[in-house]
Design a binder for this molecule. Structure first.
Ligand SMILES: Nc1ncnc2c1ncn2[C@@H]1O[C@H](COP(=O)(O)OP(=O)(O)OP(=O)(O)O)[C@@H](O)[C@H]1O
Length: 494
């Protein structure tokens, strides 16, 4: 007996964000198949998911979704128009939570400011809100348990770490009681242990009848997946059953940047004469929860450090202290660039010698901020450009735009460009003021394998060409540049 088709794309031309991204795309998803989609372009992977969700434009060919026929027919008979989307959950890479009045995204430092957290819903409130009006296998209780959120139910969503937030978004998807569950790079931001456990999570939900399709790295195909499709050059180039075949290794690209321009740009970075960071018995506690416990850490000028630890171990909290975003810094014995914190320095003085990149920064720039403005805002350490710039500053911005090949998109808003272009923009913003210390908090998270390799190579070159001090946070050993040769392990703190 032939397997039932759930979804089918036939000879489709697909336009995504105004560009033709697929030509002659064909894909058949049959009952019982659980798909992993791999490929070297993060943009193509996301566009493929958007096509399944019906948010791209298909001028030629067609897409059909027989999985929803019974449901939509029944709703039509009841005189209601309902879409296949009711049966489909989607976890995107860029999640945005709004504050309670639904007016704005949170601003960055709000997360570490516990007094302001009332503005945000708790994990329980958000899960409850998302389960209303839907009944099925998934309840707040079993979903919270499955995704290890039970102990976090009464926390404000604002305070969650990256990995905790990722688990929350997976839970929200389940509570919509989907038949089809699409996930864009769902293991991004998860620590080594949680990535290993991800296959068990998939197997559990597959057993309950959900069909899944994820985009992922070819090196991370979790348990539960039965079929793999490789995207490349505008179409699906191959499909195979898991275990029958293996993927072609990602081609290592040449570094596409003008390295002599990079060298010139970072040659203005000077070393700090003295100790960059000195933490003496630093402890951070929220309510009854010890996040950092008596941390002693010294970073000397020119050193390159890895900060590691599992999800929720306090890596971002530690970094919030360094970049002046955590009010608890004042109570600590803590020196930055030879000056004790809390001795009258302004937040701007504190930020000046530090360049900082974290993927979630993108969420905190106002919507009208273009790539050029975001890069220029690095001179002023503001989330967006709100003042006049000099010709010299503009010329520096042009150099960075040219280095990272961003000129053609320089005047587009940050939220209209691809994930990798956003990341190069943030790196240019961090470096434009020639900082003495560069802090990268999971800065290549979510990029595809070739872009991650390029990011690593770029940081390697910056370290080779300048005396910059570096703090690098990552859950992926393969992403760590060779020049990083010291480690602070927060997992060992207790
Ligand atoms: N203002 C706050 N109030 C209460 N708890 C908080 C607050 N800010 C952070 N936390 C909690 O502190 C813990 C550490 O969070 P942090 O973001 O530093 O972890 P992380 O090591 O960076 O994790 P990840 O690898 O997931 O990014 C988390 O459990 C988080 O929920």
């Amino acid at each position: 007996m032939k397997a039932k088709i759930l979804l089918q794309i036939e000879n489709a031309q697909v336009k995504y964000l105004g560009e033709t991204i697929f030509q002659d795309l064909n894909f058949t998803w049959e009952e019982g198949q659980q798909w992993a989609i791999i490929g070297s372009s993060g943009r193509e992977l996301t566009a493929f998911l958007e096509t399944l969700r019906g948010t791209t434009h298909i001028p030629e060919g067609k897409i059909s979704r027989p999985f929803s026929n019974d449901y939509t027919n029944q709703k039509n008979e009841e005189g209601r128009i309902n879409s296949f989307r009711d049966l489909m959950a989607y976890v995107s890479q860029q999640f945005r939570f709004r504050n309670k009045s639904n007016l704005q995204n949170f601003y960055f430092q709000q997360r570490f400011n516990s007094s302001e957290s009332d503005e945000a819903a708790t994990v329980r409130e958000l899960l409850t809100e998302n389960s209303q009006g839907k009944s099925g296998n998934w309840t707040l209780g079993n979903v919270a348990e499955l995704l290890r959120l039970t102990s976090l139910l009464d926390e404000s969503i604002l305070k969650l770490s990256n990995g905790e937030t990722r688990r929350l978004t997976l839970a929200l998807g389940l509570l919509s009681q989907p038949e089809i569950y699409l996930m864009d790079q769902p293991m991004t931001g998860l620590d080594v242990e949680s990535r290993a456990a991800f296959g068990d999570f998939l197997k559990t939900i597959i057993c309950k009848g959900i069909h899944i399709l994820i985009t992922t790295s070819p090196y991370e195909i979790p348990d539960g997946i039965t079929h793999i499709a490789e995207l490349g050059e505008g179409r699906i180039s191959r499909t195979w059953k898991k275990g029958r075949d293996h993927f072609s290794p990602i081609q290592q690209r040449e570094n596409p940047w003008d390295l002599s321009l990079l060298q010139t740009l970072v040659s203005t970075i000077t070393p700090f004469e003295g100790r960059v960071i000195d933490l003496k018995n630093v402890s951070i506690r929220y309510g009854k929860k010890d996040i950092l416990h008596q941390i002693n850490w010294q970073v000397n000028s020119g050193e390159r450090w890895l900060v590691k630890g599992k999800n929720g171990s306090g890596k971002s909290t530690l970094i919030s202290l360094l970049i002046g975003e955590n009010p608890q810094a004042y109570a600590q014995d803590f020196w930055l660039f030879g000056r004790k914190r809390g001795t009258g320095e302004s937040i701007w003085e504190l930020k000046k010698p530090i360049g900082f990149v974290a993927p979630e920064l993108v969420r905190f720039f106002p919507a009208n901020q273009t790539v050029r403005k975001v890069i220029l805002s690095g001179f002023f350490d503001t989330m967006g450009l709100f003042r006049k710039t000099t010709l010299e500053q503009e010329s520096k911005a042009n150099d960075w735009l040219s280095l990272f090949k961003l000129e053609t998109i320089a005047d587009l808003p940050l939220n209209r460009i691809s994930l990798e272009q956003q990341r190069w923009t943030l790196l240019a913003r961090a470096l434009i003021k020639s900082p003495m210390l560069l802090i990268l908090d999971e800065a290549s998270q979510g990029l595809d394998d070739s872009q991650r390799a390029l990011f690593k190579m770029t940081i390697e070159k910056i370290c080779a060409f300048s005396p910059i001090s570096l703090i690098y946070v990552s859950h992926y050993i393969a992403d760590i540049p060779d020049s990083v040769n010291k480690t602070l392990d927060l997992g060992l703190k207790n």
